[in-house]
Ligand binder design. Structure first.
Ligand code: HEC
Length: 316
């Protein structure tokens, strides 16, 4: 009897202790977890950085340091392309942080989601002035889509965009890096029309429109830096499976042809891509049907001939 009682008491005591120990452990776990969460939030804010790779400038610039740059101002963008409303930002004139812009022709902005805006460097010296908007960790911007991320931490905005020829595709957000690159058509000769066509041809001008407006998301013949949308030549070219009028309608307003919540392709109204440019673009797309590459990375003979010609041009 006595012994049994003793055993029972010890058991009760032990399990009580176990409960207490468990409780302490889980309290500790909660504490540790919340500390970790706090530090990871802080770490994220501290980590936010921009990589710059220019001929004479290789930098990893932390958001916190950029926010302290003496050239930072509060600017107002009357009609923000991404937020579709007036916005205020803490921002730096892009030219204040990029050196020797005159030494290269093409500049590229890579975003977190695979979007890549490639533009002529001379655009940065036009009437519209580019600013790098910086998202302060303690005053975050709104989400672009309900439940999604903001345009930060780095977003390229333009003052006076109405005067210059700045397209919506030239407002990259969630920027990760800025680098000097060779023009897209030199790096990916498989997107270039037949070498017998002049640079004044509709096909060639169509390629220029494609580079300016579409290559930020699409590739042609597996050529391009972005990968948000499908390749527009392989395996099939949309001019092969879209009725011409519907393809035109799709580019003008994708949701009027097919619509679903996750769709990404923006509208291209005449203010962004006029009728002549759209015609050239469609002529270019149609032409590229005849220039499909057969194997990834191995362009057909005609394409590699162009490739040589292009590299030579690029070296001049
Ligand atoms: C911001 C990224 C983006 C840009 C810029 C963009 N597209 Fe798209 N495009 C997409 C995505 C993503 C899809 C797949 C459907 C979707 O999610 O909207 C798509 C789908 C398409 C399709 C339909 C393909 C199919 O088989 O359904 C065509 C055609 C097309 N794009 C052409 C163009 C052309 C031409 C341009 C330039 C004028 C362009 N896109 C610019 C992202 C983009």
């Amino acid at each position: 009897m006595n012994l049994n009682l003793k055993i029972a008491t010890t058991r009760a005591l032990r399990s009580g202790l176990r409960i207490i120990t468990r409780a302490t452990i889980s309290m500790q776990l909660i504490l540790i977890a919340s500390c970790l969460m706090l530090t990871s939030d802080l770490a994220r804010a501290e980590e936010a950085a921009l990589d710059i790779a220019l001929p004479d400038q290789n930098q990893h610039l932390a958001l916190v340091d950029l926010l302290r740059h003496p050239a930072v101002r509060t600017i107002t963008i009357p009609f923000d392309v991404s937020y579709k409303q007036s916005m205020h930002y803490r921002a730096l004139p892009l030219r204040a942080i990029l050196r020797d812009l005159h030494t290269f022709k093409t500049i590229q902005f890579k975003a977190k989601d695979g979007f890549v805006a490639t533009m002529p460097t001379q655009l940065l010296h036009g009437t519209a002035v580019p600013w790098l908007a910086l998202e302060p960790p303690n005053a975050r911007w709104p989400a672009l889509k309900p439940g999604g991320d903001s345009a930060g931490p780095f977003y390229l905005v333009w003052i006076g965009a109405e005067n210059g020829a700045i397209k919506p595709e030239q407002w990259p957000y969630q920027i990760k890096s800025i680098s000097a690159v060779q023009p897209l058509e030199q790096r990916y000769p498989q997107i270039v029309p037949d070498a017998n066509l002049t640079t004044e041809s509709a096909e060639y001008r169509g390629m220029q429109n494609y580079i300016q407006q579409c290559a930020s998301c699409h590739q042609i013949n597996h050529g391009g830096d972005a990968n948000i949308g499908p390749d527009l030549n392989l395996p099939l070219n949309p001019t092969e499976y879209f009725q011409a009028d519907y393809l035109r309608q799709y580019i003008r307003d994708p949701a009027s042809v097919r619509a679903w919540p996750q769709m990404r392709m923006p509208k291209f109204p005449p203010s962004v891509l006029d009728d002549t440019q759209l015609n050239e673009l469609l002529i270019y797309l149609h032409h590229m049907r005849t220039r499909k590459i057969t194997t990834v990375g191995t362009p057909t003979k005609t394409v590699s001939k162009d490739a040589k010609a292009m590299t030579k041009d690029g070296e001049k």
